[in-house]
Design a protein. Structure first.
Length: 307
């Protein structure tokens, strides 16, 4: 049995607005195992990016637990504990243009974590580590003295990956890391991430809305809808046997390079009102079959099990 690296228990992230409370993340529970990639998908505004940012403490959780290697991520921490946590968990951001400081050279951007954590004893060692990281992500030593505006979007995202790897983390949250890139560059970045995972034993939470790319990189996939996790299963299982109507709706929207299929493709729409609950009954994430969880009522649960 693989080791649980991260445990999310009934996590909630609510924001107060002039119009009331926004339940961006509303009681989700899942685990991430060491060495795997868990894909998190859903439409814009469903709470997937907020989930990633809450896990890494960019937002303090409203309630619930985030356990990393058995230790609670949230709550009061000493400066030493926070520093250690920040080293073990890193994030690759969605926008490779906005996430790099335009006034810093690539060397200083990549070495920022090295400096904070004191991972290089001399300037020479620091520069050698930067050069090694740049090579690792497919860039050259000469790039170290340049500034972000001199690079393409794909190259900037590689710099962001190098920055995340600089402190030798165990777990990386990739928040839509390819959505701002050209399609031709997306596959290069995803392949790079897969190669780095094998070489360094990394664990990923890969947040995206491109379902075909998520299937390619993920071992398991979770589907979010309005702050809730509605389905969670192995990647192949989810695509071959989607059970929740919202998951079916998402998958029906994926275009294929087949004119005959596209002419006859039926787009499914999701209507939340189809879930009818009896008095006192609640929707829960239930294990329909080993490893395949669906948000459903007791009646739906029985129907899913019979399929």
């Amino acid at each position: 049995m693989a080791e649980k690296l991260l445990e999310i228990k009934n996590l909630k992230q609510h924001f107060s607005t002039p119009k009331g409370t926004v339940k961006a993340v509303d009681g989700i529970t899942f685990d991430i195992y060491k060495g795997e990639t868990l894909g998190l998908v859903g439409e814009s505004g469903c709470g997937k990016s907020t989930t990633g940012r809450t896990i890494i403490r960019l937002y303090e959780a409203t309630s619930g637990e985030v356990l990393f290697k058995g230790k609670n991520v949230h709550g009061k921490k000493s400066a030493k504990d926070l520093l250690e946590f920040n080293r073990k968990m890193q994030m690759i951001f969605q926008d490779p243009y906005a996430s790099l400081n335009p006034r810093m050279t690539v060397a200083d951007i990549v070495a920022e974590g090295i400096d904070i954590h004191g991972l290089a004893k001399t300037k020479q060692e620091r520069l050698a580590r930067v050069h090694e990281l740049l090579k690792l992500v497919g860039l050259n030593e000469e790039h170290a003295n340049r500034y972000p505006h001199e690079f393409s979007g794909g190259q900037r995202q590689r710099i962001g990956i190098a920055r995340a790897l600089a402190v030798e983390p165990e777990f990386i949250i990739a928040d839509e890391p390819i959505s701002a890139l050209d399609v031709s560059i997306q596959a290069q970045v995803v392949n790079l991430m897969k190669d780095l995972q094998k070489e360094r034993g990394l664990t990923y939470l890969f947040i995206a809305h491109d379902l075909s790319m998520v299937k390619y990189i993920s071992d398991r996939i979770g589907v979010m809808y309005f702050g809730k996790l509605v389905e969670l299963a192995a990647a192949e299982e989810l695509y071959e046997n989607p059970l929740h109507p919202y998951t079916q709706s998402l998958l029906s929207a994926i275009p294929l390079p087949d004119p005959d299929y596209e002419r006859t493709r039926v787009r499914k729409t999701y209507d939340p009102s189809v879930h009818k609950l009896k008095d006192g009954e609640q929707m829960e994430l239930r294990e329909v079959k080993p490893g395949h969880f669906v948000m459903c009522s007791e009646e739906e649960f029985a129907a899913y099990q019979s399929k």
